[in-house]
Design a protein around this ligand. Structure first.
Ligand SMILES: [Cu+2]
Length: 390
């Protein structure tokens, strides 16, 4: 991880996030308060909501705030009131294509004629990933035993597909053929404690004490097309595995603020594997800073902009069962620095049947990727979420 780059990315994210909030505040039409008051007693609700409760108004008929939660891609952004439960479901999809080495594009032909195969023979890589898609279903539950502590559990099911081109023999650029690899199954399970540090006057701060449990498989196998035209069944490369195989600490700190119909927040977090799995490696450590601003047009709808900077290490160690002339089999071709922009919408049901039901979506596009490569670059990611508190 490059600390200087990360500081630069983090600072940029902060400036963009603040800039967004300010611009949106200036853009408000003068008659906006009148438009918004359609939804209820808008100007008296803030203090009640902030002091008593993070997500829902206590008043039986008052408006519920769409922007009471962060954009849906942010995990562990809010606490609940003592005794309250929340259930959530998220669907996430991501696509990757085009290989990058650092920030530069690198073609298939360049990869198979210039990038060394760390396993020695053949000399250069002979299998090139073309694109990848990942889909994930995530179910979550939150419960607050007291006002200052909320417990959270999240589990998931992922399916991954990667398409490849195999080049014939030990050198040259003659294509032998294409093949796809698919894996699917349970992901790792995340348990968190969210501990309130401060709350009041429109500002909130809490700690995220998270732990990831190794419930996802890291020994998935797949059939490949080898450069010698055989089709062996081998352990799939790291990128196609479903879990880390390690217990991972996920500490973080989250700030959120609100003034009238503008809300904003920031979350800094880290992913720190505790030891190595019995395959002999751990996924790379990473740090992340995400900053968002949201505007609530009506109590039932808010829209958001979010910037996320991340710096991730390479994989630490190596699984001796993963050894093919493919970039994804090399632990060094993982991690890098990235900056992503997300646009989101939060919807909050207000009337009888829909009251308290939340629906939110967020689309994420990369703004900058500096990858330990060659590595497939991210294209677009999409998150759709549903949440309901009881
Ligand atoms: Cu919740």
């Amino acid at each position: 991880m490059n600390a200087t780059t990360f500081r630069r990315v983090a600072l940029t994210a902060l400036i963009f996030g603040l800039g967004t909030s300010l611009v949106r505040a200036d853009d408000l039409p003068a008659d906006m308060p009148n438009m918004l008051s359609l939804g209820g007693n808008l100007h008296t609700k803030h203090t009640a909501v902030e002091v008593a409760h993070d997500t829902m108004s206590h008043s039986a008929n008052g408006p519920l705030r769409a922007d009471g939660h962060a954009p849906i891609g942010v995990m562990g952004d809010h606490l609940h009131k003592a005794g309250e439960w929340m259930l959530s479901y998220r669907f996430m999809a991501m696509s990757m294509s085009d290989n990058l080495n650092g920030t530069d594009n690198i073609s298939n032909e360049q990869i198979v004629t210039t990038v060394a195969n760390r396993f020695g023979s053949p000399t250069y890589l002979r299998v090139v990933p073309r694109d990848m898609t990942m889909k994930m279903h995530m179910a979550g539950a939150m419960y607050a035993p007291t006002d200052w502590l909320t417990l959270m559990a999240m589990g998931g099911y992922a399916s991954k597909s990667m398409s490849h081109t195999t080049y014939q023999g030990t050198s040259g650029t003659t294509v032998l053929g294409d093949f796809d690899v698919h894996t699917s199954g349970l992901t790792d399970t995340r348990l968190s404690g969210l501990v309130r540090l401060y709350g009041g006057g429109g500002h909130k701060l809490h700690l995220n004490l998270g732990m990831s449990l190794p419930t996802g498989s890291y020994k998935e196998s797949a059939q490949i097309l080898a450069p010698n035209n055989t089709k062996p069944y081998l352990r799939a490369p790291y990128a196609m595995q479903l879990g880390s195989g390690t217990f991972d600490a996920m500490p973080g700190i989250t700030y959120s603020g609100r003034a009238d119909d503008i809300s904003w927040g920031a979350q800094a977090s880290a992913y720190l594997p505790l030891g190595k799995n019995d395959g002999g490696y751990s996924l790379g450590r990473s740090v992340q800073l995400t900053v968002w601003g949201a505007y609530q047009w009506q109590p039932w709808i808010s829209t958001s902009l979010r910037l996320t900077g991340q710096a991730a290490n390479q994989i630490d160690g190596i699984d001796s069962a993963i050894a093919v002339p493919n970039q994804t089999a090399d632990p060094d071709n993982y991690g890098g620095d990235r900056l992503d922009l997300s646009i989101g919408v939060n919807l909050m049901g207000q009337s009888a049947g829909l009251r308290g039901h939340r629906l939110a979506a967020e689309v994420t596009v990369p703004m900058h990727q500096d990858l330990n490569g060659p590595q497939l670059s991210r294209e677009i990611a999409f998150t759709l979420g549903y949440q309901k508190a009881f």
